[in-house]
Design a protein around this ligand. Structure first.
Ligand code: HEM
Length: 370
């Protein structure tokens, strides 16, 4: 999934269109010590180490050998240097194309073009990006646009294997949208024509994000004194949650750091009902008498600094899921087939904390549909 989402953001955002097999090559291109993919992966894996260790400390570690730390510092430094050099390659070819007027508005590399154009803007213009800002923006897009999506898709594939009846509905939807095509036929499909028809697949992916939000808690600086409304409630094992007593207020002074617990919101029975812990994509499908609670769903945060890649991520993920399910059956790995549903879930949905929540044992089996 990491490779798939890296190829998508590289192609769609940066016009770097390479094939799956070419990108799997371990041979770095001329002038580089790492392939683009290894450089991105290495940087993503070591970004916390990079941020937490000052440059002078890293330099020191190359002279004074400290077990583990010196090797880690070396790998981290190499990854970031190589990523920078790959990004500079991208920028210099985009600069040449912008100067020659070759990158058009409809180009693959719209994101890169906008960033490079801002970099080439006259000094003093408010839109101008310095070279450093240009590179850190590219890095942010590569990082934000690839790890979150890859991890969410990994959870999604495990859930497809665990819930075959849900998978069947996605298959039926995909087969209906692309009817007349065998599962292996190439599609001539456009976003405009087909995307809105993948309603159940979208509901399935939203339900995946509700249960496994990449960023389960977000911290926000409070800039103004404010008051937040709150309510007491209790949730029993049966029946709807009951609100107890009157609502109350919480004063939040400027200067506080506020932690938004996205996961708690996603599990709150006041909004999602007594079955909030169950996996149920249907809850994301509106009907005449039901509208799913938009404000209780925040995997992309909310407001001015929410995820700007949210629509990109939903589109990319729904397309990948519908296309893969159309071609392959997703199954629980052989060694877990005899286990109970509970044991399968516990084994395959394990995760740990990284920059985003990171699945640690997301393994499934693919069987090609005929
Ligand atoms: C399932 C996939 C994704 C999830 C769950 C996700 C989630 C988030 C969240 C929660 C934030 C807010 C972080 C905060 O407040 O500290 C955020 C910000 C951001 N995301 Fe995403 N994201 C996803 C995919 C993407 C993609 C594909 C891109 C780029 C194409 C992207 C680009 C960004 C950027 C640039 C920001 C910073 C926005 C700002 O600070 O104004 N994200 N994302």
């Amino acid at each position: 999934m990491s490779q798939a989402t890296l190829l998508v953001i590289s192609a769609a955002g940066f016009g770097r269109r390479v094939s799956w097999t070419a990108d799997s090559s371990d041979e770095p291109p001329a002038g580089h010590r790492l392939t683009f993919r290894s450089a991105v992966m290495n940087s993503v894996e070591n970004v916390i180490f990079y941020v937490l260790t000052p440059t002078w400390f890293n330099r020191l570690l190359s002279f004074v050998k400290v077990p583990y730390l010196s090797a880690r510092a070396h790998i981290t430094q190499q990854g970031f240097e190589e990523l920078k050099s790959h990004m500079l390659d991208l920028v210099s070819s985009a600069r040449a194309e912008v100067a020659e007027g070759k990158i058009s508005g409809a180009s693959d590399a719209a994101l890169l073009r906008n960033l490079v154009e801002a970099n080439m803007t006259q000094e003093g213009d408010y839109k101008r990006l310095t070279d450093g800002e240009l590179l850190s923006n590219i890095f942010t897009f590569l990082l934000a646009g690839h790890e979150t999506s890859a991890h969410s898709l990994s959870f999604a594939f495990v859930l497809l294997a665990l819930y075959p009846e849900v998978q069947q509905k996605i298959y039926n939807e995909a087969a209906g949208v692309w009817s007349g095509n065998t599962p292996t036929a190439d599609l001539n499909s456009t976003y405009k024509e087909d995307f809105s028809k993948l309603e159940y697949t979208m509901a399935f992916f939203r339900e995946t994000l509700r249960l496994y939000p990449s960023e389960p808690r977000l911290a926000k600086d409070v800039h103004y004194d404010t008051v937040l409304p709150a309510v007491n409630f209790s949730a029993g094992s049966k029946g709807s949650p009951t609100v107890e007593g009157s609502s109350f207020s919480v004063a939040v002074p400027a200067g506080s750091v506020l932690i938004m617990d996205i996961w708690a919101l996603h599990m709150n029975p006041l909004y999602w009902g007594e079955d909030a812990e169950d996996f149920k994509p249907e809850r994301f499908i509106d009907s005449d008498s039901y509208r799913w609670p938009r404000n209780a769903f925040m995997p992309f945060s909310n407001g001015a600094r929410s995820c700007i890649g949210q629509r990109f991520a939903l589109t990319e993920s729904v397309c990948i899921l519908a296309n893969v399910v159309r071609r392959y059956e997703i199954l629980v790995p052989d060694e877990l087939v005899a286990k109970s549903a509970r044991e399968q879930r516990d084994a395959l949905l394990k995760w740990t904390t990284g920059i985003t929540i990171t699945p640690t044992n997301a393994r499934v089996k693919f069987r090609r549909r005929v």
